[in-house]
Write a protein that binds this ligand. Structure first.
Ligand code: PLP
Length: 442
């Protein structure tokens, strides 16, 4: 049994929870007391399987002893060092290890504290890069419809989810969006990268024709869109985006906040899919979700531009009080030790085909209209209830949680991304849990 006293409605009131139906949650809270491996333990003493690695973060499983120990030791030894004009060894070591993990000449790492900050940092670095090269007219930032790049003003502006955009005024000026790649008529129940859709990248040529390349700084996309329900890039789509960017001197940024650190069976989507971006945004799996941290992997030519055009003094007027924080750096190093020492990227790659077959077995479950997957990411999309969108997915989420499996829902999509430490029995439990919950809801 749990030692945690049951909360009262009032004791929950003060916390304005993010991206949550606050009143509903506080009326019937779902509180977690502890976690271990692939399981949460609720405050009422139940074990709940985590099918989403928390929020795409806990790739090494929860409370991995080696990461826990590294954090405990770091907290006791060095609480804080200013990251401006000062440093501590672990942040430099972590940058080197991440740069080694990233493909090509992504040789530099800038540290932030979240995915949102990583994205805003990358967008600013892109604008500064062009400015310093004498191409200051390149200010336009291009995102994609149904993209999610966090909640900063930059990330919101290039993001493409209407509820995240519509309340905050005009956002950044001079952004535009590519069309998304989701098309159930063409691609329903695809396994891996769908065959249809590479031509959608050509919309970037249309934006170049409309705005002129001389006004465009960067394109940012998630290689596999996560928060809008796992949109797997069509074959050759990312390659085509890369070609068009190269043709027009536009930087290509991959937002790999979800896909880096093993999710697709390698260090990054860039590596697994073989497309080299100019910058990579990271967070989440960077510390296996244990301590907030984000970062940007940056190619040599961008770093060189800043250095060469700034002969003395500060080259980049941007940073955070907690960039490369000692605790986060220690957690990041320990997470990499675990990923590499336990071969977790390889393990994810090996589990991916079992995961794919298991997930696609849900094709005949009630309400399911699509299953799509890549690596250890899968979206199971269900039909909305007539006249009551999102309610069926939410009721299914509640039924599954009661049944012992936690799912992350994005709209009408169950976004499944288990810890890389999962085994086949956990995958089976996820499939059975979702099917049982879908059978319970109308
Ligand atoms: N970018 C992507 C692709 C994400 O999925 C997320 C979060 O889910 C973010 C950025 C924002 O990260 P954070 O919530 O750490 O700010």
């Amino acid at each position: 049994m749990s030692n945690t006293p049951s909360p009262t409605r009032n004791s929950l009131e003060a916390y304005w929870m993010p991206f949550t139906a606050n009143r509903n949650f506080k009326d019937s809270p779902r509180l977690i007391e502890s976690a271990e491996g692939v399981f949460f333990k609720t405050t009422d003493g139940r074990q709940v399987l985590d099918s989403a690695s928390g929020l795409w973060c806990c790739n090494a499983g929860h409370c991995h002893p080696k990461i826990v120990e590294a954090i405990q030791q770091a907290a006791a030894g060095l609480d804080y060092v200013p990251p401006f004009q000062m440093g501590h060894p672990k942040s430099f070591e972590l940058a080197s290890r991440i740069a080694d993990m990233l493909p090509g000449d992504l040789n530099y790492v800038f540290f932030a504290n979240s995915g949102s900050e990583a994205v805003d940092s990358a967008l600013k670095i892109a604008l500064g890069y062009h400015n310093k090269r004498g191409e200051g007219s390149r200010t336009r930032l291009i995102g994609r419809s149904r993209g999610y790049h966090g909640t900063g003003f930059g990330g919101t502006s290039v993001g493409g989810m209407v509820n995240n955009r519509k309340n905050w005024g005009s956002l950044l000026p001079g952004t535009d969006h590519l069309p998304h790649t989701h098309n159930l008529d063409e691609n329903a129940f695809s396994r891996g990268q769908p065959a249809w859709g590479a031509h959608l990248a050509d919309a970037l040529e249309d934006l170049v024709a409309l705005h002129d390349a001389s006004t465009i700084a960067a394109v940012i996309v998630e290689p596999v869109a996560g928060s809008t329900g796992i949109l797997v890039p069509p074959q050759n789509y990312l390659e085509r985006l890369r070609e068009i960017c190269d043709r027009h001197g536009i930087l290509l940024i991959f937002d790999e906040v979800v896909t880096a650190f093993g999710r697709l069976g390698g260090g990054s989507a860039s590596e697994v899919l073989g497309v080299q971006p100019d910058m990579v945004c990271m967070a989440k799996g960077m510390t296996s979700g244990t301590v907030p941290m984000g970062g940007v992997g940056i190619r040599q030519h961008i770093y060189d531009t800043y250095m060469e055009t700034t002969p003395v003094g500060v080259e980049l007027f941007h940073g955070y009080t907690y960039s490369g924080h000692p605790l986060a750096s220690a957690a990041g190093l320990a997470a990499l030790d675990v990923y590499q020492g336990e071969g977790l990227y390889q393990r994810a790659a090996e589990l991916a085909s079992y995961f794919e077959d298991a997930m696609h077995s849900l094709k005949d479950a009630p309400h399911v209209i699509d299953v799509r997957n890549l690596g250890l990411m899968c979206g199971v999309e269900i039909a909305p209830r007539q006249g009551a969108p999102l309610t069926r997915a939410f009721d299914t989420f509640l039924a599954a949680y009661e049944g012992g499996v936690f799912f992350r829902i994005n709209g009408e999509v169950f976004a499944i991304a288990p810890p890389l430490t999962s085994d086949k029995s956990h995958i089976d439990q996820i499939v059975d849990g979702l099917r049982a919950a879908l059978e319970k809801v109308d």
